[in-house]
Design a protein around this ligand. Structure first.
Ligand SMILES: [Zn+2]
Length: 82
């Protein structure tokens, strides 16, 4: 998918997919935790576009790190809600 002009969003730093080399807008947040590095309540996050969500989730899942996958809009609304 190509959007003709996303300058309005990119100017505000629209979130981009965390997959290597991917510049697509992020649609998903993958929350994960590495118990060797992080305390249990800590959450690291990766962003994923629709195309890379499964790939990134699988990468974390096989390591046992993946905690949650939520839509970006939902994640942001819950984060801003405090
Ligand atoms: Zn991507």
């Amino acid at each position: 998918m190509n959007f003709p002009d996303t300058s309005a969003e990119s100017a505000t730093g629209a979130p981009v997919c965390s997959a290597k080399g991917c510049r697509a807008d992020a649609l998903w947040v993958l929350a994960w935790n590495n118990p060797k590095l992080h305390t249990p309540e800590r959450r690291k996050t990766w962003l994923a576009c629709g195309e890379h969500r499964e790939h990134l989730a699988a990468f974390l899942g096989v390591r046992g790190f993946l905690k949650d996958v939520v839509p970006l809009a939902e994640w942001e609304s819950s984060a801003s809600g405090g």
